[in-house]
Every structure is written in C-alpha cells, then in structure tokens.
Design a protein around this ligand. Structure first.
Ligand code: HAM
Length: 422
C-alpha cells in the first residue's frame, strides 16, 4: 500500500546514505571520460517532443508507449527526456558543429520512461552517457566501446558480456528490410499483435520484441550481418579487428538492433549477471540523426550506462563506498553569551575547513553533549563564561573522553594536529 509520502511507482528517493555510491560512479565517469578528451554537457531535461520522436523513431516502444509527454500552457507538446542522445545532439547543433569538427561530450542525469516498474527498471532512472559527434571511422566506434569497458573495470564491474552487431548504413537498411519482411511474413500468424503491426510499420522492431511467443521466430530470422554490403561489412570487420587488438572480448549477436531507430553501423550492449533480470547495463552504437529544422544530419557514436543497474552490480559484488565522514566538531555552549560567541567561533573554524555543528536552540549542556555523541563528531568544544573570560576552549575527545584546554588563538592549528593524529 503506497502512502502519500512515497514517490510515485517507479520513482525513488535517493537518500544521503546512498549518495557516496552515486558520487563514486559519477566521479569515476568524469575521470575516465576526461582521459579520452570528453567534456561534460548539461542539456535540459524537458524538450520539445519532436526532438525525441523524430530521432528515436516514431515506431519505437519509447516513442509509442513510454514517453512522458504533455502540452504546456502555450499548447506546445513537451516531453521529459527518455534518453540523452537526442537532446545532446540538439544542444550541439544549436551551438554549431563546423563540418569536419568533432565534439566529445558526456552527461549525467535523470531520464524518464513510462515502463512497468521492476527491479532495475524504473520510470525515473539515471544515465551516464557519452557522445562523440561529427566524424565516422571504425576506430572511433572501437575506442568508444573500449572506454565503456575501461569505465566498468574502474568501478569494479567485471562479469560483463559485450554484445556486438552492425545495422549497416541507411542504404543497407532497405535491402535488409526486404529480407526481414519476406521471412516474418511467413511466421507472422504465430507472433504478437505488436509484431503484426511492426511488420507493416517497421519490420526491424520485430527483432527487438521481448515477447516469449515471438522469440523462437526472431532467433531463427536471417542474420543482419549476412545482408550487409561490402563497405558496411568492411567497416564492421575493422571495428572487430581493433577490439581484438585492444584485447577486448565480445560476442557477435547478429540480431541485436537496439530499441532506438537512429543507429547505423555498430551497435552494442553490455550485460552483467549482477544486474539481475534487467541485465543490460550499457547500450550504445553509431547513429545518424536528423533533427527537426536541421538541414544536415548528425553522425556520432556513443553509449549510455544505467546508474541504478551499475549500483545493483556493485552492491551484489559487496562493493560499497565509504559513508560520508561525520562532522569534526560539535560546539557546546554554556549560557547565552557563550552561544553568541560560539556562533562566531563556528564561522571561523568553517573558514579553516573544519566541519562544525552546534546547538542553536539554547538547550542544556547534557542535551548538547548527547547530541554531540549522536552526531558522531570527533571532538566537542565546550565554552561558558569562565572559558570566555580566560580566552580558552575545552576540547573533549568524544571516544576516550580526554579533555584539554586550548587557547582560542591556537585553536585552529591545534585541532588540525589532533584530527591528523586520529
Ligand atoms: P538505452 O539502451 O535505451 O540506450 O539505455 C541505456 C541504458 O540505460 C540501458 O542499458 C540501461 O542500463 C539503462 N536503462 C534504460 N531504461 C531503463 C529503465 N527504465 N530503468 C533503469 N535503467 C534503464 C539509450 O538510452 C541511448 N541513448 C544510448 C546511446 C547513447 N546510444 C548512443 N549514444
């Protein structure tokens, strides 16, 4: 039974105790990607609907069933981003990418899809994504995949499988569509209603059908890679050779098409048993995207990692970041005059980089000491009228209860020393 204080299904609160894990995977991404020349970009969460529908594809599950789309007060159709690529490309196109230039960007943030919630499948989830935009070459695709693997190793996710395929070019697509249509026409009666519609609207989408009833037919369908022309085949072979040279293992999956229509050439997914039933932790590939209102289509390659699924893998393997450190100091005030002076002392200590808590409600000494204990601080600093008159602070170690007096003028230096000795 949900209560009014719970978020809506498929959307989770992320509490302070979990933040160190989030910060760890985010910071590792920043560090890894910057070693490959990527820079952070922060596109908006809300976009005009056609930014997504045109690029992801009108007949994909995302556009058909999963987008959170609504009309704003001006009657414009807006959508909460279901993925990062389309918005990033719009932002880069808005800034202008001169012909022949390359842009390398990464992004971190929430995405929204109205899917049926399950473990590892959420309605608000978070992606860490990268896009290398402007140029096309097999080595760019291979380097991008290698960077994804490098990142997973950095954050300690090891039991992974890299699935690899090529969708060929837009030209190959016509030929492949014909072959697939012929094949599925003969089996369509045993397939789900969605696939029966897809046979007419977009036969490629049948390959991505998750329905058990359709899987045997899909698994026996003609391999896409067998239909590629020699240029596309050569492109894909080069990607594979470079991955071989880099020592990156992969499994060819000739029916992998991915759930977004913008892909050309290389497509890949990385799965991990640690993520449970929703085992795809990374999805990506090369794309050619035509944005609304743009004359030129945009070429690029990229991937996105699902942060919730990464965290499931880490937690399943017993990996957890250190919790945030408690504050260093709790200042205990005996009387109103001391409290006023201690507010100034707290400000001084914070300027010197100490994390400082203090009672702000004028409670009794015992209650303040209890609170200092509960807050897990290392030292309590105690001052009343007597200490103020003598220019001293009593410094009490919270675990061994040792107490020393420190002149206020020497406090910052002495505390640094004491904390370093901890
Ligand atoms: P995607 O495969 O749709 O690709 O999503 C990438 C990753 O996001 C998935 O592998 C998964 O880990 C995570 N993910 C997707 N949906 C959910 C969900 N409902 N709950 C939790 N995690 C989820 C894209 O989004 C492409 N934009 C990737 C890309 C970038 N391709 C080229 N550049």
């Amino acid at each position: 039974m949900s209560t009014k204080t719970e978020p809506i299904p498929g959307i989770s609160d992320i509490y302070p105790a979990d933040i160190p894990e989030w910060r760890f995977v985010e910071n590792a991404a920043r560090q890894t990607f910057s070693r490959y020349g990527y820079h952070e970009i922060r596109p908006p969460i809300l976009e005009r609907t056609d930014v997504f529908s045109r690029s992801i594809g009108d007949d994909t599950d995302i556009v058909q069933k999963e987008m959170y789309t609504f009309k704003d007060r001006g009657g414009r159709s807006l959508t909460l981003r279901p993925e990062g690529t389309a918005g990033v490309l719009r932002a880069l196109a808005n800034e202008g990418i001169p012909e022949g230039d390359e842009r390398r960007v990464f992004y971190i943030g929430p995405m929204f899809r109205g899917e049926r919630p399950a473990a590892g499948r959420k309605r608000q989830f978070h992606q860490i994504g990268v896009e290398c935009v402007g140029k096309t070459a097999p080595a760019i695709d291979a380097e991008c995949i290698a960077m994804g693997m490098d990142y997973l190793n950095t954050i300690g996710i090891e039991s992974t499988t890299l699935l690899l395929n090529s969708r060929g070019t837009l030209k190959d697509r016509r030929q492949i569509s014909t072959v697939l249509t012929h094949y599925f026409q003969d089996h369509i009666d045993s397939m789900c209603a969605d696939c029966q519609r897809r046979l007419i609207t977009n036969v490629w989408r049948i390959l991505d059908c998750k329905n058990d009833q359709c899987r045997p037919v899909v698994d026996d369908s003609p391999a896409i890679t067998d239909q590629l022309d020699s240029d596309s085949r050569g492109y894909f072979d080069s990607v594979c050779t470079i991955l071989d040279n880099l020592g990156i293992q992969y499994k060819l999956d000739p029916r992998l098409v991915r759930g977004l229509d913008y892909y050309v050439h290389t497509v890949f997914e990385i799965t991990s048993t640690g993520a449970g039933a929703q085992n795809a932790i990374v999805g990506g590939g090369r794309y050619n995207v035509q944005l609304p209102g743009q004359k030129r289509s945009i070429d690029g390659v990229g991937f996105a990692l699902g942060v919730e699924r990464l965290l499931m893998c880490r937690s399943g393997a017993g990996q957890r970041s250190e919790p945030d450190a408690a504050a260093d100091i709790y200042i205990v005030s005996h009387g109103q005059r001391a409290m006023n002076e201690n507010l100034i002392l707290a400000a001084e200590l914070r300027k010197n980089d100490f994390s400082v808590l203090m009672d702000l409600e004028g409670r009794g000494m015992k209650a303040q000491m209890r609170n200092a204990n509960k807050c897990n601080v290392t030292f309590a600093l105690i001052r009343g009228d007597d200490e103020l008159d003598k220019g001293l602070v009593v410094c009490k170690h919270m675990t061994d209860a040792n107490q020393i007096e420190i002149p206020v003028a020497e406090l910052a230096g002495k505390l640094k020393q004491l904390l370093a000795d901890e």
